[in-house]
Design a protein around this ligand. Structure first.
Ligand code: FAD
Length: 449
């Protein structure tokens, strides 16, 4: 097809793992790449929970996209939220963050928009139970975690204190398990000897999961080990439960036998389920593509859309052979799409081989010295799993300085329990002109030390 201008214009929507690897694969090609992302940074999502838990800083898990791609002279970064695709006119329509819109024409389009948190039709839960998908989510969770201990310290009575010291996590996948372990570690190590009224170790962590296992995708053996480790840590597992209601004071769950139970907890965090962002629906509609139950777009084995060889969908947002939503799938599919465009530009006429995912496995951290790793026939847990987890994450973090910084932060936290990134802000903590405050909530009389 020769209906494109020179140099060929490649638009990549999304600068996550998939988009970044697509851009990198095009580095030496005579193409003009525009990378559109609604955020200015590339985020290392697998370590979001460590940012939330106060181990790593924002800068250690998020790098400015411009900085990451500064040596890619053919890539231009655009901060904008893609809202629609004009498939006939070959242009992406996007909204600029401070108002106004922009139209970005393309010859080839690579869509790498990832997935967002799903509340299974209960979007109203989000205000009380933040998910874990963005940097803002991680900072919000950090605020809620450390705020809870502060509030418990000045609670009016034992019941209020108990509620602030109860943390409910919805979803027993890797993120839920990792967060559960982190909260128990914060309570047991980090906050040790810092409070005078409360004993942080009394913090209760409740983990709710709809299936019969935590970490079900790791297989029965590792899932069983993870459940035992969580139990030893003091995490209460509620398997086979479904959340039916949720508010600022706790949640109601339906048990297997149909009965419902109310659990009081002032901190509820949501890590269950994902759905495609709105752009996926807009693209599917415009291109006549199919979507699966979560909104992922069905692609052909070469990652293009049926009838649209110029549009590729990669990473979490693509639906192909039930591939899981993993960083490796995103990296490999992004790189494949970038190479496919390169081959077209180079005039290679041979049909590309279908995309084949090389399964490098998955890992989940539970607590200090305990992690599970599954890579083909290799199943690791305990200390060997933990060391492997450490190696993988140091190796894959984007940027040398982030790797060094993260390794140092881990050494400190593993050796002493101290976490350097505990600062959080409260919505009304800005200095404001004196204003009469309306008292709300109950009044506590401080107990002596
Ligand atoms: C908390 C957490 C822990 C995880 N742990 C692991 C793990 O241990 N191992 C593992 O392999 N995987 C893990 N994953 C999954 C892994 O992070 C994802 O599979 C991977 O990030 C997917 O990459 P992606 O590029 O497809 O999407 P993303 O990384 O989500 O990137 C999508 C990008 O698109 C941008 N975007 C979205 N919509 C628009 C729009 N309309 N306009 C412009 N830009 C847009 C977003 O801002 C984002 O930058 C984890 C994920 C999470 C959330």
């Amino acid at each position: 097809m020769e209906d494109h201008v020179t140099p060929r214009r490649v638009v990549i929507v999304g600068g996550g793992f998939a988009g970044l690897f697509a851009a990198r694969a095009l580095r030496r090609s005579p193409v003009a790449v525009t990378l559109v992302d609604r955020r200015a940074h590339h985020l290392f999502q697998p370590l979001l929970y460590q940012c939330a838990a106060g181990i790593l800083s924002e800068g250690q898990i998020a790098q400015p996209l411009r900085a990451v791609l500064r040596r890619h002279a053919n890539v231009r970064c655009l901060l904008a939220d893609a809202t629609d695709v004009d498939v006939k006119g070959r242009a992406v329509h996007a909204r600029r963050p401070e108002g106004g819109s922009v139209v970005v024409p393309y010859d080839d389009l690579i869509v790498a928009v990832g997935m967002r948190q799903s509340y299974f039709g209960h979007d109203e839960f989000a205000v009380h139970a933040p998910g874990m998908k963005t940097l803002a989510d991680a900072l919000e969770i950090r605020r809620r975690l450390y705020r809870a201990f502060e509030m418990a310290e000045s609670a009016a009575d034992a019941e209020e204190r108990r509620q602030w010291l109860t943390f409910a996590l919805v979803g027993g996948g890797p993120t839920g398990v990792e967060l559960a372990g982190q909260i128990r570690e914060i309570a047991g190590h980090t906050l040790d000897r810092e409070f005078r009224t409360i004993d942080p170790l009394q913090a209760q962590v409740l983990l709710f999961e709809g299936s019969d296992h935590v970490l079900g995708t790791f297989g029965d053996r590792l899932a069983g080990k993870a459940a035992r480790t969580l139990h030893d840590l003091g995490v209460e597992l509620h398997l086979g439960t479904r959340v039916t209601d949720l508010d600022a004071r706790g949640l109601t769950v339906q048990e297997r036998d149909g009965t419902t139970t109310r659990h009081a907890a002032r901190t509820v965090l949501w890590t269950a389920g994902v759905e495609a962002p709105p752009l996926a629906r807009a693209l599917a509609k415009a291109a006549g593509a199919e979507q699966d139950h979560a909104g992922r777009i069905a692609v052909k084995p070469d990652l293009t859309l049926p009838g649209h060889p110029e549009i590729r969908v990669v990473g979490d947002a693509m639906s192909l052979n039930h591939l899981p939503g993993l960083a490796e799938v995103a990296m490999q599919s992004g790189a494949y799409a970038g190479r496919a465009v390169r081959h077209t530009v180079e005039g290679r006429t041979r049909k590309p081989k279908p995309f084949r995912y090389r399964d490098l496995g998955a890992a989940a951290y539970i607590c200090r010295g305990r992690a599970v790793v599954k890579a083909g026939p290799v199943h690791l847990s305990g200390v060997s799993g933990w060391l492997t987890w450490l190696f993988i994450h140091v190796a894959f973090l984007t940027g040398f300085r982030s790797r060094l910084g993260a390794a140092l932060s881990w050494a400190i936290v593993f050796a002493s329990g101290a976490r350097r990134e505990r600062a959080f802000t409260l919505p009304d903590s800005d200095p404001e002109p004196a204003r009469p405050r309306v008292p709300h909530g109950s009044t506590a009389v401080l107990r002596g030390p």
